[in-house]
Design a protein around this ligand. Structure first.
Ligand code: GLN
Ligand code: ZN
Length: 765
């Protein structure tokens, strides 16, 4: 007997119903009970959908008002002191205040930190622990939802985040204290959760311990044994779920823990299936995730069945599921009415993936059934059609990749020789000022783009209006006295979509939303085939902007690694190869900009760091091809063309060598929130080129003072010679409003002037 189950379903809703309800509630437009009934409707709809797809064990507890890690904090009563919580139940508005700093009721307070969930683009709310942290069950939500599902007659398996992953993902501000020491305090609370579930008649619980695919310190590894030994007892069965990678050195540990089953990711780590089948005792359930929960392609069911048939013979209890929670894929492909039918045929979203899980089971149990055979044949045909499609493989792209020569990865001369040539024509003052690219996107600009897309504004009118906006933006930069100008990105809705839409090999969904955090969703493009650039993408806009000023105008591109990391990427060739194709397409754009007289060009790599593999042993390989892709894109220009890059994070202590190897002439980075802490890395590593440590935190509406920015730059000048420093915000300004931006940039320019005077005095003295 084969069992099917699901690890988690997207909670946001096929039409982003949850987003709309949440935002209406936050704005005070609907009350708590309306919000609650919206949630109930969504849960029921998702449970029904999963059952109808043939899933035996349906998850409960995967639905969340904001985030599943925050749910765990509420359940365990982990609420930071600044929220003034007195114990008792963690009410909904307190929960929202923790997530967002404010809610319809209660005093605002600083929101909890948010960070990326493993290597996904989903962000969770970071638990904050104190040395004397208590864990007391403080929310009924999970239990209520179990009851709700039971009353509706669904056979459910509650999902909770395991105690060790929960501790690992949290943080503490107190020094000299190891959060792992809290385990003793934490386990009784987990014991109580399990007991309560058991008393409600629950048979199976899914305990997620995704940290088992990470490089774990010995302390955590041994804590796993103690922890699960202590969580034994009772009749409730425990399925330990791992995903996003291979267990590797934690494999035998995971197999031997006293639990009743183990789920493994067989998409990211197919090689571990046989090993786990060997190590995992026979009486335990082996759950195999062969349907990719992280990507949108149909599964090759024949290949999957080939793996499963011997397993099904060998294991008494085999379960089938997607590789991980389906949170990371859009809900329903059937909603995509505008998608190219040929491409659509190759895809599977959450709903379709569950059909695949069920079909795998049927393929094992009823292989002779004609309807099963027909369904398998249809899937086989779709997979084969994708493989053979002339739209995927384009010989001219392959040829170009084949003919890349080593010198294409290299600028003609090293930075030290390029810099004086660039200085000569740029004639910039010390501490030159610039911005990161975008300027505020006003409602009028958004409306114009929308109407143009819908065909309600014609091209001529559109171009005229965008040009007018560019002219206004250039004018304002003049008035502010900035040194290197930008055109402002008014024509771009999104830094990935804008390029993807103009490149061959990318497709876009109409409704393929994936939750990024809270009510926010993204709609990643789909890279389905060989990538090329039919025509220039940015040259006209940038040249127009340059025609309005004698100051240098900075061309603005999204880099190859970022385009890759923020898309659903084809799985029929290595990511490195797809990235190389994108890099070649962008290289042409860089050269066209240069040919048109644009000699300062920024190539954003906002997402370079988030592509880092979960295991450190694989970092080097990734960084190597990622850096090469950037260099391939950036190195086709002459020495006096200045290449900039931008990254919106500050933690690059551990990858600074790779960043330097990108060999951009100038890099701008985020530092303002960390008070230049990141510059500590330059004690150990001499960054060779120019750098603009962001001094204006654009994530906040606050206007930074001249003094603050001067202070930050003085700090920076202790690590990096002033001749190599730039003054700039820490990211693009598109989410901000003009009045605050003008004030902040004014202060920034004043700060730069003051720094110049200071250093003038120093050199005179
Ligand atoms: N050039 C982009 C902008 O200014 C960069 C955005 C980003 O780094 N996320 O908007
Ligand atoms: Zn940024």
């Amino acid at each position: 007997m084969i069992t099917t189950h699901n690890l988690g379903f997207p909670r946001i809703g096929a039409q982003r119903e949850l987003k709309h309800a949440l935002e209406a509630y936050w704005r005070g437009e609907i009350d708590a009970s309306t919000l609650e009934s919206n949630g109930r409707r969504l849960r029921e709809c998702h449970w029904r959908l999963q059952r109808d797809a043939g899933i035996d064990w349906i998850p409960v507890g995967d639905f969340s008002w904001y985030d599943q890690v925050l749910d765990m904090s509420a359940l365990l009563g982990v609420v930071p002191a600044r929220f003034g919580w007195q114990g008792g139940s963690v009410e909904r508005d307190l929960y929202f205040r923790m997530a967002r700093g404010r809610a319809p009721t209660g005093e605002p307070a600083k929101a909890c930190e948010m960070t990326k969930w493993f290597d996904t683009n989903y962000h969770y709310i970071v638990p904050e622990f104190t040395r004397d942290q208590k864990f007391v069950l403080s929310s009924e939500t999970l239990f209520e939802q179990v009851r709700e599902a039971h009353e509706l007659g669904f056979k459910v398996k509650p999902v909770i985040l395991g105690p060790l992953s929960y501790l690992w993902l949290g943080k503490t501000r107190e020094a000299d204290f190891d959060k792992l020491d809290l385990l003793d305090e934490l386990l009784p609370a987990y014991g109580e959760i399990l007991r309560r579930l058991e008393n409600m008649g629950v048979t199976w619980v899914q305990i997620d311990e995704p940290i088992l695919v990470l490089d774990l310190p010995a302390s955590y590894r041994s804590a796993f044994e103690t922890c699960y030994n202590r969580l034994q007892g009772g009749k409730l069965k425990r399925l330990l779920a791992t995903y996003f990678g291979a267990l590797e050195d934690n494999l035998s540990l995971a197999c031997q823990l006293p639990v009743d089953g183990l789920h493994i990711d067989a998409v990211r780590a197919p090689e571990q299936v046989d090993q786990v089948a060997t190590w995992l005792p026979d009486y335990k359930v082996l759950s195999v995730g062969l349907v990719d929960g992280r990507n949108i392609w149909r599964t090759d069911l024949d290949a999957a069945l080939e793996r499963l048939v011997p397993l099904a013979e060998r294991r008494e209890q085999l379960w089938l599921a997607p590789s991980c929670s389906l949170l990371h894929v859009p809900v329903d492909l059937d909603e995509e009415t505008g998608l190219d039918p040929e491409i659509k045929h190759w895809l599977a979203f959450a709903k379709q993936k569950l059909d695949e899980v069920n079909l795998l089971r049927q393929g094992l149990e009823q292989a002779d059934d004609p309807t099963v055979q027909m369904a398998l044949a249809a899937s086989r045909e779709a997979v084969a059609a994708r493989r053979a499609s002339p739209r995927i493989h384009r010989p001219e792209v392959h040829q170009r990749c084949q003919s890349i020569e080593e010198n294409m990865y290299q600028r003609a001369h090293p930075y030290a020789e390029r810099a004086p040539l660039q200085r000569q024509w740029l004639q910039l003052p010390l501490y030159p000022t610039t911005t990161i690219g975008s300027f505020p996107q006003t409602p009028e600009i958004r409306r114009l783009r929308r109407e143009y897309k819908q065909g309600r504004v014609n091209e001529q009118e559109y171009v005229a209006q965008i040009r007018a906006e560019i002219a206004r933006t250039v004018q304002r930069q003049h008035e502010l006295g900035l040194d290197v100008l930008v055109h402002g990105e008014a024509e771009r809705n999104d830094m990935v979509e804008y390029f993807g839409e103009q490149l061959e090999g990318f497709a876009f969904t109409g409704n393929g939303w994936v939750q990024s955090y809270g009510s926010r969703c993204v709609k990643p493009p789909i890279i389905y085939g060989d990538v090329s650039r039919p025509r220039p993408m940015t040259v006209d806009w940038i040249c127009y902007a340059q025609s309005l000023t004698d100051k240098p105008m900075k061309g603005m591109l999204t880099g190859p690694v970022t385009l890759l990391n923020w898309s659903f990427v084809r799985d029929d060739q290595p990511r490195a190869q797809t990235c190389e194709q994108i890099a070649l397409a962008l290289r042409d754009e860089v050269q066209d900009l240069e040919g048109a007289g644009i000699k300062v060009i920024q190539i954003d790599e906002a997402a370079l760091r988030e592509g880092l593999p979960l295991r450190q042993a694989q970092w080097q390989h990734y960084l190597q091809w990622a850096v090469r892709a950037f260099r391939l894109c950036a190195s086709g220009v002459v020495d006096d063309t200045q290449i900039h890059t931008h990254m919106c994070y500050s933690e690059f202590n551990d990858i600074i060598e790779a960043i330097a190897a990108m060999d951009a002439d100038v890099i701008t980075i985020e530092t303002s929130r960390s008070q230049m802490e990141l510059l500590d890395v330059f004690e150990r590593f001499q960054y060779p080129n120019e750098i603009g440590p962001g001094v204006y935190d654009i994530h906040s509406p606050n206007v930074p003072s001249v003094d603050d920015m001067v202070q930050l730059m003085r700090k920076a000048a202790q690590h990096i010679p002033a001749e190599r420093l730039w003054v700039n915000p820490d990211c693009g300004l598109k989410t901000r409003a003009w009045p605050e931006v003008e004030q902040a940039l004014h202060n920034m320019v004043v700060a730069a002037r003051r720094l110049r005077e200071e250093s003038g005095r120093q050199s005179a003295a």
